[in-house]
Design a protein around this ligand. Sequence first.
Ligand SMILES: [Cu+2]
Length: 142
Amino acid sequence: MRSQKAQLWGWGLVLAMTYGFWWEAAGPVFSQPEQVVEVTIKDFKFVTKQGPLRLGLPSVIKVRNEDVERHDFGSTMFEGIPTQIERDGAIVYGRGLSGVFLDPKRDVAIRFNMTRTGRHEFRCSIHPNMKGELLLLSVEAV
Ligand SMILES: [Cu+2]
């Protein structure tokens, strides 16, 4: 009887691990709410709209270029972390993204899990005086 109990525990563990794994893998796809940050590029300026962000939740930065010039959204905040870039109906997965170029009137969505809090600068490499920043604060409860 003792061994049967141990076996049950074993199965429980396997189930928990499998469930945990799938939950993690499917997390961004399933209905977990995304934290949205909107960045609009207009008149050679970054305009940021964001609310409080929570640590460890899927986040998305939506960047739109309203100008008639090409711009770049570059930042060190994605260094070493997995990111997913959605543009023109295609999704690109990667790690260690350093920036995205945006043609006039285009937009892009950058998805990642917020793991590092603080002030994160971003800039346009084409126009070095274009700068902005994002505040990734951890909010314990909403
Ligand atoms: Cu620019």
